[in-house]
Write a protein that binds this ligand. Structure first.
Ligand SMILES: [Cu+2]
Length: 153
């Protein structure tokens, strides 16, 4: 495992990480901001012992007229439990991402309604105040392990 020195100028950082509460066996999602002042990089994968499977997802609003051919069939539940009511003929779809580019000099936000790390099949209940460990693997800077607080936002 690669250990990164904290606070080195110009290095990729991951900040403002949080995870949704969820019940064992259900799904949850993790959000954060990647700040990459250095060279172009790519998030290759995410891993956590908190869930049976961890995937990188992009949530998209899909209208009736939208192309459906590019979508995977996702039959699991929405990224969060508080899905709310959506306008008719608009559906939120989550599309699995093979990787997520993080261009140099840019910030990439993982946030509700967009990019997120999906936890499929929680191994135990996640309640506000809990912390889960998540490891992100980037192509250039290697692995970054986060202690992610569970928060009700
Ligand atoms: Cu998802």
């Amino acid at each position: 495992m690669l250990t990164l020195a904290a606070c080195t100028p110009g290095e990729l950082t991951v900040t403002d990480a949080w995870a949704r509460p969820g019940l064992a066996g259900n799904n949850s999602a993790i959000y954060f901001v990647v700040d990459n002042p250095g060279a172009d990089d790519t998030l290759l994968s995410a891993a956590s012992d908190a869930a049976g499977e961890v995937q990188m997802h992009m949530t998209m609003m899909v209208g009736d007229s939208a192309e459906h051919s590019m979508e995977h069939d996702m039959d699991h539940s929405m990224e969060g439990s508080n899905t709310g009511t959506l306008p008719e003929a608009q559906v939120m779809r989550m599309v699995q991402q093979e990787n997520v580019p993080v261009p140099g000099g840019e910030k990439v936000s993982f946030q509700p309604g967009g990019l997120h790390i999906m936890l499929l099949g929680l191994n135990s209940d996640l309640a506000a105040g809990d912390t889960i460990e998540v490891t992100l693997t980037f192509e250039k800077v290697g692995t970054i392990t986060l202690q992610v607080p569970v928060e009700q936002r």
